[in-house]
Ligand binder design. Structure first.
Ligand code: FRU
Length: 494
């Protein structure tokens, strides 16, 4: 039996969805069915479908008491909405069902593990959120919360662990069938760390170890951990709050961090070998991965930014979308990301030009649109002389455009939405340093109406941003300061 709170949300979302025109949504990115979406949750492959749940407030396009929205897909491109999976309807989660994850049980049911939030008055009179980990079990459509929730509480924290920041359990099964999970936590002075727990049945848990610790390096509280093997290494993804910018690698605010290393055979703790940002754009947070049946490790992130998502210059009936699912790999100690290959099934109408000289600004017949997959390879016309700058402008009309540009002498790629139509004094640009020899660069640009995802040098860096430019702005142009030559292949997606 579903609660009234969940039934109300399920009824409401059908009405809300009906008010949104198909063209007012992204074509192939999962967006809020109606209202607000943040983090991906429970990304899993279950009974023949990929399931992707999400932090969801159906009643408003702003954050509110968290429900779990639910989408399914067979190919990671064509999404279908299912009814909301969970609502904040129990004493232990009445102020929100926060982020979590999913695994399949031996009996074929699916187990969701999530954070239950309750606001409680503290001894000093302040009201604070107490966060605990909870369980629900279901069949891919309806989920029943476990009668003895929560399953992990403040008494399961190691010394100094804050019960106010204890969230986002990421569950998996070991080869022997036992369960593990990692969750975000911080010390009393807000220094992030990742806790690991174990269980034989997915319900009764015990603290195992502090898997990784920030020690004041990357922001403060660490949210939304994900831990997996990839190409012979152990990878930990986390989303640190309150980061300070560091060179062009990390930017201010809520950022993302990929720690690559191995597990210490004695302690089981992560031994870090390298660190990097996950996405170098403006809108990317809280990524989660799934192991596909064919062995690919596939990641999606929330295609938004906590700071800029709070200030908008126009309102829509939906807010928040996921990135395109991305295939992960490691090369030379770095995380590479490629759009899932299934996107190629949407490609139509190839337009291709080879060895086009770009000098000043040009446009090319057949190259325009807001649902686009475009690959570019650049090099200087004169290897000695090089060029100063190359740029692609998209979502372009007489007045507006967004841009990705490259300065070969600095090896810096920049995305810029300053001229996309936003009148707000918010983050509109970001830069990242790329590996480039002799002014050569590869770009793959994926546009889906309200977003641009830019894969640089076969996915060594990705820069993601949303744009809210009117859909009538669909021009694409190429610019060079100096003389650049490019090969370009462009497909419409649809
Ligand atoms: C990250 C986050 C999570 C939390 C959720 C709440 O974006 O703050 O830590 O579970 O969002 O919606």
């Amino acid at each position: 039996m579903n609660s009234q709170v969940l039934e109300k949300a399920r009824q409401y979302e059908q009405i809300g969805e009906g008010r949104i025109r198909e063209e007012a949504r992204p074509l192939f990115h999962l967006a809020a069915r109606t209202g607000w979406m943040n983090d991906p949750n429970g990304f899993s492959f279950y009974k023949g479908n990929y399931h992707l749940f999400y932090q969801y407030h159906p009643y408003d396009s702003h954050w509110g008491p968290m429900h779990w929205g639910h989408g399914v897909t067979k190919d990671l491109i064509h999404w279908e909405y299912l009814p909301a999976a969970m609502a904040p309807d129990m004493p232990y989660d009445r102020d929100g069902c926060f982020s979590g994850s999913a695994v399949e049980l031996d009996d074929g049911r699916q187990l969701l593990m999530y954070t239950g939030v309750v606001k409680e008055v503290q001894p000093d009179g302040s009201k604070r959120e107490i966060q605990t980990q909870c369980i629900a079990v279901g069949d891919g459509l309806n989920y029943e919360k476990y009668g003895e929730n929560p399953v992990l509480t403040r008494t399961d924290l190691p010394e100094g662990g804050s019960p106010f920041d204890f969230r986002d359990p990421r569950i998996w099964r070991e080869g022997d069938g036992t369960f593990r999970c990692v969750a975000g936590n911080c010390t009393d002075d807000k220094d992030g760390r990742i806790l690991e727990y174990r269980s034989s049945d997915g319900i009764h848990w015990s603290f195992e170890r502090i898997l990784a610790e920030n020690r004041g390096r990357f922001g403060k509280m660490w949210e939304c951990p994900d831990l997996f093997h990839l190409d012979g290494k152990q990878v930990l993804l986390v989303s640190p709050q309150d980061m300070l910018a560091r060179d062009l690698e990390y930017d201010n605010g809520n950022g993302t961090l990929c720690l690559i290393g191995h597990l210490d055979p004695d302690t089981g703790c992560l031994v870090e070998e390298s660190n990097q940002a996950i996405d170098y754009g403006i809108d990317f947070y809280a990524p989660q991965t799934v192991l596909a049946p064919d062995g690919r490790r596939i990641m999606v992130g929330w295609m938004q930014n906590w700071d800029t998502s709070k200030v908008r210059y126009r309102e829509h009936l939906w807010f928040g979308q996921m990135t395109l699912p991305r295939e992960l790999s490691l090369k030379n100690g770095r995380l590479f990301q490629q759009p899932v290959r299934e996107i190629e099934g949407l490609r139509r109408d190839k337009t291709e030009y080879r060895q086009v000289l770009v000098e000043g600004e040009i446009s090319l017949d057949g190259i325009s649109g807001r649902t686009v997959d475009m690959e570019l390879t650049l090099w200087p016309e004169d290897r000695e002389e090089g060029y100063h700058r190359f740029a692609v402008r998209f979502a372009r009309d007489q007045r507006f455009y967004s841009e990705v540009s490259f300065r070969p002498r600095e090896s810096v790629v920049k995305i810029d939405r300053k001229y996309s139509g936003s009148p707000l004094a918010i983050l509109q640009q970001r830069r990242c340093r790329v590996a480039s020899r002799n002014g050569e660069l590869k770009l793959r640009i994926i546009l889906d109406r309200f977003s641009a995802e830019i894969f640089i040098n076969d996915g060594e860096q990705v820069m993601t941003m949303t744009i809210d430019t009117d859909l009538t702005a669909e021009g694409i142009s190429f610019l060079a300061d100096g003389r650049t030559v490019m090969d370009v292949a462009k497909y419409s997606l649809g």
